[in-house]
Design a protein around this ligand. Structure first.
Ligand code: DX5
Ligand code: ZN
Length: 224
């Protein structure tokens, strides 16, 4: 099991003052910045691209930037994000014609690579590629929007992927994204996640530090 990471999704931040929002949430104890890229094609919403990632780096953000690509095709945009300062790049296998090639492309550009499984995507998609990955991201909502409810079957899937990662013996992170809140994070952690994305649960509250602390405390309690 890897160290606990809280990765606020800036999708729910105030985009009119994004630099300040990111500074504040990192100062509040968050570990990474989760950066949701949507293309109005693979998912029915349109968000931010490499320019905004680069702008955060120029603003002085040094924390890992966890780029979640919900775009199709994938490969065309990967080098742009590597150049813009992405730390890790995750993508959906359905959106790439050649999954193994995309993983190699991301790693060849010096970024960590991860595969994202939608709620109905079977875990078998990890066969033959898991050991190449730095991270597996399980969606606990259908991708496209913040503020949706956690889909309970993600817990069963977390346990299945946890077992695969443990059997691999590799230091692969298991990230969960969608509907994560202080009051359900303990059971999500107990099911095997070590990396937690939360958008509306953090940015929807006035005191980011309080939410991040409650999340970390709840995870820590399951590790004792
Ligand atoms: C959904 C995104 C998520 C989303 C999470 O497509 O990948 O990162 O912002 O938002 P919450 O935490 O509000 O469910
Ligand atoms: Zn995301």
């Amino acid at each position: 099991m890897q160290s606990t990471v809280i990765a606020p999704s800036i999708l729910s931040a105030n985009f009119a003052k994004l630099g300040e929002e990111v500074d504040n949430v990192l100062r509040a104890g968050a570990d990474w910045v989760h950066f949701d890229v949507m293309d109005n094609h693979y998912v029915p919403n349109l968000t931010i691209g490499p320019l905004v990632c680069e702008a955060l780096r120029k603003h002085g953000v040094t924390a890992p930037i966890d780029v979640h690509l919900m775009v199709e095709p994938v490969d065309r945009i990967v080098p742009d994000f590597a150049k813009a300062g992405a730390t890790m790049i995750t993508f959906h296998p359905e959106a790439s014609r050649h999954v193994h090639r995309t993983v190699q492309l991301i790693k060849s550009l010096g970024c960590q690579a991860g595969l994202v499984l939608n709620p109905a995507t079977p875990v078998e998609v990890l066969d033959y590629v898991l050991e190449e990955l730095d991270m597996v991201l399980l969606m606990s909502v259908n991708p496209g929007f913040g503020g949706q409810a956690f889909i309970p079957s993600a817990l069963t899937k977390l346990r299945a992927v946890r077992e695969r990662i443990d059997n691999s013996g590799k230091a692969i992170r298991l990230e969960i994204d969608g509907g994560v809140k202080p009051d359900n994070i303990a059971e999500i952690a107990a099911a095997g996640a070590d990396t937690f994305v939360a958008g509306s649960a953090i940015f929807g509250q006035p005191d980011y530090a309080d939410v991040v602390r409650r999340m970390k405390d709840a995870v820590a309690a399951t590790r004792r």
